[in-house]
Design a protein around this ligand. Structure first.
Ligand SMILES: [Zn+2]
Length: 272
């Protein structure tokens, strides 16, 4: 049986998933950073959805584009709703610069909404918020840190999702925010807890973490309570007996079995 090259599979998958990701952003109450859609054309990198991004940010290309070009350190032009950039640039790079622009010129410093407009006052540009009325001058330099909105899908985390579709390779497909999640071994119609194993752009890959959601939560809570109880009991024992080298502490319980004085959580009558 001839082996299909994995890369072809992946790019086909990527293409298909990208097409399925809904473009709607910014309609909810929570601000979502527009996501750049890139395309490489010869020696240029094209942001295909530039017009859409400008719309969502309520900014004009003659403001955003020159700033973006300067930040990216490249030449480019806005043509027919697309931003054509010289050179091959990565999605992370462009997305990062866009995020910085949004942080600096769009987001209200008070309420964090994007419903703002820019006003020139003498030589200062002011970001005025249409939602709460606050205004702030645009700072020339970068702020202390770009506060990224919390991503809806983070590698290593577990989420409850609904499998809405079936992928080419038999994986279940779920959606969460702007992410498309491919869940290994999941069936359409299942409601699952899935653990994210990998995130690539707006695509995520996951494995099933738990099927019985409520049961799992309940048993986990019970486990936590039990563990806390055990720890409290051990701490009490440790405090009562100043030194208990003979205590049969299992290695797995080493943390809990430590003398109370070492953990610092139980002041108790520890040995002096
Ligand atoms: Zn505001």
């Amino acid at each position: 049986m001839p082996e299909k090259p994995a890369a072809t599979d992946y790019s086909a998958l990527l293409k298909r998933a990208r097409a399925k990701v809904p473009a709607a952003v910014g309609t909810g109450e929570r601000f979502q950073m527009p996501v750049v859609e890139l395309q490489t054309e010869g020696k240029t990198t094209v942001v295909r959805n530039m017009e859409d991004i400008l719309d969502k940010l309520n900014r004009k290309e003659d403001h955003l584009v020159p700033l973006l070009l300067r930040e990216l350190g490249t030449a480019g032009s806005y043509e027919g709703g697309r931003l054509v950039l010289q050179g091959k640039l990565t999605e992370d790079n462009i997305q990062g610069r866009l995020a910085k622009y949004v942080e600096t010129f769009v987001i209200c410093g008070e309420c964090g909404r994007p419903d703002t407009h820019l006003v020139k006052e003498e030589r200062t540009t002011i970001v005025k918020c249409d939602a709460c009325g606050a205004h702030r001058p645009v700072k020339a330099g970068p702020k202390k840190a770009i506060v990224k909105p919390e991503e809806a899908v983070v590698e290593g985390k577990t989420y409850e999702v609904m499998i809405e579709d079936r992928g080419q390779r038999g994986d279940g497909i779920a959606r969460r925010d702007r992410y498309t999640i491919f869940v290994k071994g999941a069936q359409k119609g299942q409601q699952l807890h899935v653990k994210i194993t990998k995130v690539t752009g707006t695509l995520a890959f996951a494995e099933i973490a738990q099927q019985a959601t409520q049961q799992a939560a309940a048993s986990q809570a019970a486990k936590d309570a039990k563990a806390a109880e055990a720890e409290a009991a051990k701490a009490a024992t440790a405090a009562a007996k100043p030194a208990a080298p003979g205590a049969p502490a299992k290695p797995a319980d080493a943390g809990a079995a430590k003398p109370a004085g070492a953990s610092g959580t139980k002041p108790g009558p520890a040995k002096k």
